[in-house]
Design a protein around this ligand. Sequence first.
Ligand code: LIP
Length: 284
Amino acid sequence: MANKCGPSDPWKECLEVAIDVAQKAGAIICEALKSEHTVQIKSSPADLVTETDQNVEKMILCNLKEKFPSHSFIGEESVADGAPSILTDNPTWIIDPVDGTTNFVHRFPFVAVSIGFYVNKQSEIGVIYSCMEDKMYTARRGQGAFCNGHQLSVSGQDNISKALIVTELGSNRSPEIVKSVLSNMEKLILIPSHGIRTLGSAALNMCMVASGGADIYYEMGIHCWDMAAAALIVTEAGGVVLDITGEAFDLMSRRVIAASSKAVAKRIAQEVQIIPYLRDDQEK
Ligand code: LIP
């Protein structure tokens, strides 16, 4: 069988380019942290965007389009400006220029550039750069997941009573949704599990599961660009990524469970109440 990392790997150059572009993006974000930023509100007062999100996305798209003009692109800020978010079989880059925008605004140190790459709707590459921590997470399908060159491995925890869970309150401030989010957290903490943490970035929450620092991440209401790169990093670290129902993961469904084992992932699916959201690829 051909060595996927060798010269026959058709996507080797893509991984190298993604790492290079993520590093450049991280440098722009870190520089921007030194000055004041103008914050705009998107879907709710807790869903923010800054000129840095927009500039970084433009830079990433410009670099990738120059190298790979025939590829397709889905970017958080382009979609906010009306571009479609439809995943086809064409090689497709899925980009979140600043995952953890609220963290960026407050200088809470979990801010990531997330670049996923899909071919035939299958994840081939995941690159996440946590720029304030200077941690570069990478994964290539079938080749493992790494952070700054060190191979990652999930904890393997299969008992929810001993699990540390990461999740988010999310940016939706509708009282019914906030109530459901909090009631899900209440159920999980009363199992009892070891605890709940929130980093403010879906991508970095998932990297935490891939690194073994947390055992479970689940969230509803996020988008394909929040999970595209991280889903591969978790599975390549030996973890499990499922839909919130416990069925197969669907990148466009706006919900995910990423876990250290199938047993704890399934237990989360059993416990949480599903919060319905329009899919990313649904007509708005
Ligand atoms: C954020 C996600 C986070 C979610 C927030 C927001 P952004 O992404 O990483 O998990 O709870 O609502 O979607 O907007 O910072 O790229």
